[in-house]
Design a protein. Structure first.
Length: 212
């Protein structure tokens, strides 16, 4: 079918709600944000709203609408320890579709991060020589979870063995400490640990911390 026919069939099926929205998007071969956009235009203006539109930008592609910028700023204020990558995921859940680089530029422009805080992507993976030489600790992405933080993850850098994967639903120290104490008792105490910005009440920022 052509694009116009595909849009019509999609919005009709979405209105009937005979399938989940995610399954419907998969059936039509479109992303969920695209499906949300088609449904929103249809609800606002009917079939005329989903007619094929000109792709010519109405404004400079390097400029972001003020309302979208404010969404980024407010999300950053709610999660001051999180960078563009995690903020982009949370924004997408609220139907604010921005690239990670755009989110980072907004944070830079508003003075919420510094340019040298952005690390270039590693091209090679480092690995320690023996188990328990270094553990890496972080929270998994909250995408798909109805919580501020995803499951806690602790990984041995040498073996890549996942020592902890537990839904603590909080970045506060007490719940994290409980999981670490269990891992220490089971696997031993590591020589060092590497963690990111998501931890509160304990180590802040990316640094190495030697267990007591």
């Amino acid at each position: 079918m052509d694009v116009e026919e595909q849009k019509v069939k999609f919005v009709v099926a979405a209105t009937r709600r005979e399938k989940s929205f995610t399954a419907l998007c998969q059936e039509f071969g479109i992303s969920r944000p695209t499906g949300c956009l088609w449904r929103k235009r249809y609800e606002e203006a009917g079939l005329a709203g989903i007619a094929e539109r000109s792709r010519r930008p109405r404004q400079s592609p390097t400029q972001t609408h003020a309302a979208l910028e404010q969404c980024v700023v407010e999300m950053r204020q709610r999660y001051p320890d999180w960078g563009a990558r995690k903020l982009q995921i949370l924004l997408a859940r609220e139907q604010v579709d921005l690239t990670r680089s755009t989110v980072h530029r907004i944070l830079l422009r508003r003075g919420l991060v510094r340019d040298h805080d952005r690390h270039s992507q590693a091209t090679t993976r480092f690995e320690r020589s023996t188990p328990n030489e270094l553990w890496q600790m972080d929270f998994k992405s909250p995408k798909g979870w109805n919580a501020a933080a995803g499951p806690l993850s602790v990984l041995d850098d040498h073996s890549r063995y996942l020592l902890v994967l537990h839904a603590v639903w909080s970045t506060h120290a007490e719940r994290v400490r409980e999981q670490l104490e269990t891992a220490f008792a089971t696997c031993g105490v590591p020589e060092a640990m590497l963690m990111d910005h998501g931890f509160r009440g304990g180590v802040r920022g990316r640094r190495r911390a030697r267990p007591a």
